[in-house]
Ligand binder design. Structure first.
Ligand code: UDP
Ligand code: MG
Length: 322
């Protein structure tokens, strides 16, 4: 099968028939063999009935329905697990993304050799309250992830080589960082395509402004787990030692100064009168706590089933179950 289109949706009943017809038209015109996997993320409108009816007319439609609303990431992850196409394309259900982009995305994966191509909504039809924070968000994501060529991490329209979606796990709200997840899994050929964007035609957005707060927290998590997930002591140990060392120097200076003044017969004050004493106390306490956090992290990693899980790309003369 050439293409799997994975569509996560939550209360998008009005958009679905138009979206399905549009996808089907593009697929037939370009002679692709395809499936569309609608993942109904616990909709409370009649989205699921709409999907059932669409399936009756088009056998290429598949549907998965969550009993409750989990979020876009769980929906994508579940769709990815079932996708059979050589190229997997994700798009939002709200008609903001255009199925007309599919053939070129497919070509970029199969001919240009990209692992992942992300859409870039260069001209957006979203309110200003969303577009400005989005610019900041993307600049931070570029800097932290090191994927310098992406302008729009969270674009719903993306294309993947099948291998990619089978080797990443999208949970929580991590769909905003799929390119970063892919990079952490060792997929380096990440490209971008400028795509058309449209204003939402039906329904309302499912994400509020808290998306930016959560987005930054998730980015911090990914950076930390990507860099130190398998060796937490390298993070906590370094920070803890540095703080402890600074504190130790400060307290030593305070103590030595006092001893010196006593010895020389100068007037001297109590060590507890010096602000450096309290500073060093705090630094040494926090430093040892961080160090201990590092040890605890290491104990957790030891017990994790992921501690020795690596992405193996190729092998020579090695049986898969050796
Ligand atoms: N979505 C979902 N589960 C949720 C929230 C959203 O499956 O809990 C789907 C939604 O139906 C849409 C896509 O994710 O197909 C993008 O959501 P939305 O259009 O609300 O986001 P925006 O375009 O405002 O970023
Ligand atoms: Mg939308």
């Amino acid at each position: 099968m050439d293409i799997s289109v994975v569509v996560p949706l939550y209360n998008e009943a009005e958009s679905l028939p138009e979206l399905e017809a549009w996808i089907a038209r593009v697929m037939t015109e370009n002679h692709f063999s395809y499936e569309v996997i609608f993942v109904d993320d616990g909709s409370t409108d009649n989205s699921w009935q709409v999907i059932e009816n669409l399936q009756k007319a088009n056998p290429n439609i598949r549907g998965i329905s969550f009993r409750r609303n989990y979020g876009k990431s769980p929906a994508l992850n579940t769709g990815f697990a079932r996708a059979k196409g050589d190229v997997v394309i994700t798009m939002d259900a709200d008609l903001q993304d255009s199925p007309d982009e599919i053939p070129e995305l497919y070509r970029m994966i199969t001919e240009d050799g990209y692992d992942l191509v992300s859409g870039y909504k260069k001209k957006r039809y979203d309110p200003l309250s969303k577009t400005i924070p989005t610019k900041l968000f993307n600049a931070t994501a570029r800097a932290v992830s090191g994927i310098k060529n992406l302008h729009d991490f969270n674009c719903g329209l993306k294309a993947y080589r099948q291998k990619v979606v089978k080797h990443i796990e999208v949970h929580g709200d991590m769909h905003r960082y799929i390119p970063y997840l892919a990079k952490l899994a060792g997929f380096n050929k990440i490209g971008e395509k400028v795509v058309h964007h449209q204003a939402r035609k039906y329904g309302t957005t499912k994400f509020g402004l808290d998306r930016f707060v959560n987005g930054y927290l998730d980015l911090a998590t990914l950076w930390f787990t990507g860099k130190f997930g398998k060796k937490p002591m390298h993070f906590f140990g370094l920070l803890g030692s540095l703080m402890f060392f600074l504190g130790f120097i400060a307290v030593a200076v305070v103590g030595i100064m006092k001893l010196y003044h006593m010895h020389a017969g100068h007037p001297y004050s109590l060590v507890t009168d010096s602000p450096y004493f309290f500073l060093s106390l705090t630094l040494m306490l926090l430093g040892s706590q961080l160090f201990l956090a590092g040890f605890i992290g290491e104990l957790i990693v030891r017990n994790s089933t992921l501690r020795n899980q690596y992405e193996i790309d190729k092998t020579i003369n090695i049986m898969t179950n050796d």
